[in-house]
Every structure is written in C-alpha cells, then in structure tokens.
Design a protein around this ligand. Sequence first.
Ligand SMILES: O=C(O)CCC(=O)C(=O)O
Ligand SMILES: [Fe+2]
Length: 434
Amino acid sequence: MATAELLQLLPVASCQKNDNSKIKTIPRHAEAQINYNDFYWNYMDANCPVVLTGVSENWECRKKWTFSSNKNSAPTSNENNTTYTAINFDYLKDKLSDCRVPVADCSREYFNSHVKKEMQFCEFLDYWQAQVNAYSSTVNKINDNPSNLKTTDNLYLKDWHLKAQLADYNFYTVPKHFASDWLNEYLIINGKDDYRFVYMGPKGSWTPFHADVFGSYSWSTNIAGCKKWLMLPPNEELKLADRFGNLPFCIDEQILKENNVVFYTVMQEENEALFVPSGWYHQVCNLTDTISINHNWFNACNVQRIWRNLTTNMKQVIQEIADCRQMDNFDEHCQTMLRASFGINYLDFLDIIEFIAERRLSSNSNGNNCNVATEKSSNFVIFDTFTLNEFHIRNDLECLWKLLEIMIQDKVICDSRNLLYRRCLRLLELMKGF
Ligand SMILES: O=C(O)CCC(=O)C(=O)O
Ligand SMILES: [Fe+2]
C-alpha cells in the first residue's frame, strides 16, 4: 500500500484563530488551499460551518455516475439557466441495479419524518428518469417552501450505506479535513453499521428541519446538482418551538425572519463540500437533480457535546419511566430505551471511547517528543489513507482524558460503582503514562 498521508495537527496557538462568532456569510475555501490544521481549529473545533470547493473532481462517482467529464452531453438547468451536470442513468443501472435502497417519500409526513420504504435501485432510477423527462417538457418552478410542492409522490433515495455494502468499490475518497472521525473509525473496523451515506435526490426532493444524529458533525459533498441549505446556529431553533417545545417539520426564510431567527442560506454547488457543525439545525432542498455523499461523525473537538446530549437524553428516559424505579433491572431498561431513542447508550459510547483510546495508546509513537508537533506518525491508518502525527495522537488522548474525568462524575456512571464506572477507571489508569 502507498504511504499514508499524514494528518498534521499543530498546537492551536500555531494558527491564527478566526473570530467566527459574527460571521455574515458562510466562508468558502478551495480544499487544496486550506491546510488540515487551520480547518481543524478554525472550523471544526470552533463549531463553525464552511464550504470547501473543488473536492470531488477526481472521484470515481463524479467521473462515472455523471457526465461531468463529457461536455457534449445534455446538461440539466435550473430556473436561472445555470447548467448542471446530467446523471448517467445507464451507468448507474449497469453498475448497481441489484442493490436494495432506502427511499423517503418527501410528500408524506410520518411522526416528524418522511415516510420511508425500500426499493430496488433500478426501480428508483426508472422513477427518477421519468421525473427528468416530465420536467424537461414542462416548466416546473420550485417554490421556496418545499412542502408546497404539489406532486403525488416525491421520492428521495437517502441514507444509503453503499460503501458498507460494496467495501471494495472506491467511488469516493474522504477529504483529509474530515478524516479525524472516531465514530466511523470504530464502526468500520468492528464491522458495524456506519454513518457513510449516498443521497440521490430528484429536483424538489428535500430533507426536513433537523439536527444531526447524537449532535454529530456532518459533511456533504455534491457530486451533481445544487442544494439549498437553511442553517441555524445552536439554540436559534428554540425561537421556533411551540408551547410544548416541539420544533417545526418544515421551515422557510419567511418563517425564520418573522421569528427573528439568525440563519444562513447556503447554495451548495457541484464539487463542493459543506461542513455542518454540531447542533446546527438545518433543512435541505435539492434545487436540481442531485447526488451527494455524506458522513456523520465526531472526534476530539465535539465528543463532549455528544456526551452531554447522551446524558440529557438519559435524564429524559429516567424521568419518563420514573414510576418503574423499583423494578428489577431498572438501569438496564433505561439503557435499552436510550439506545432506541438516541441511537446509542452509555455502553455503546464507552465502547467507542475505549477503542479510540486503546488504538492511540498502542500506536508506535511511544510518547517521545509528544509536546511538540513532529513529522513522526502513528502506525495505524484511517479510511485506508490517513495517519496521525504525534501531536494529533496526544491531542486525542488529552481530550479523552478530560472526557473520562467528566464521565466518572456522572450520576448514572458513578452511583453504583458499576461496570461502567470500573471501565472508565481502567481507561484512566491505562492513559496515565501516555
Ligand atoms: O442532503 C440532504 O438532503 C440532507 C443532508 C443532511 O442533512 C446532512 O448532511 O446533515
Ligand atoms: Fe443533517
């Protein structure tokens, strides 16, 4: 295998930190122009959105799934007559038609989400192609508020784990800026369900107002088409809550303005990756036929936010079933309910933390010279491509140490000196000498 690319993290003082608190518009940087360290501290650690441009030029999916390299093919266009790359339906049918895919119907709401079903990929492509043919023959204006679209069905292929299904198919590469990803590092190596997705959205398909799973980050790269994002900094969404604390399913710019909500509109074009920070609510509308790749993840920068969300959700679970406190296995029951509602429970979270800590502790960068950033790298590889410099490993371990110190003060963990508590202590002990 070729030598892994080094993710070179430096102490935060080494980079001129932006003041991101009063941004007017979401900045754009050419991916090749912004280095790993600046992105890490200025955007990821600062929890501020940014668009990286020129991201997917060499990705197999851009070259083969679309006509991007064939300028003679008929492009699609939006209302402003901007041209967009057309989708190569024949290639997709040939290559992937046997796959089962998850599809949402954007015209039907079900418990604060869209109705979901499974389809054969080729069946979805037939539907999409028929849509393309229909709207190329009529002028189909997309209203600013996507729920106003009057169609019978509005299908959106989303959250497709294609990379997990076809591990050897290298249709994209993870941009290095997003490669410090504890969640997928743990899930992929342990053969568990990951958070790497493909989205294929016909013009007019959309994703309702939400924040991402666990309060994770997401990145989304457009292979073809244009997405319109409405994004709110954390807590701005509270201005939209009704008297029961429920948030709206669908928003538009007018609703946001009427409620004095701070928000940003991002038009994400082809070949651009949007970094969505933790806890930023967003709604996404595909203004044209769109294909995108995205991941959800967390790492040293946002792991404490994930932990806080986990504890908040646990408190809610405990409150909901407080009447049953006397029953046998009350604690286990709460953990089961937490996993069902939040996606992971304390045990799952601790499994991830343990795995990430042990991997870094056993890397061959045996602690020498860790106070300075050196060229020396670890002996493990992330996403088949990247490795961490010594300072990065040290930074990861320091964040894990701080997290564990917070965790062992949590009531659920320390109350009964239970297994969770002992696992946290063992890990702290292991990390003492790093
Ligand atoms: O592209 C979409 O429809 C939704 C993407 C999204 O919500 C995300 O990447 O966090
Ligand atoms: Fe999202």
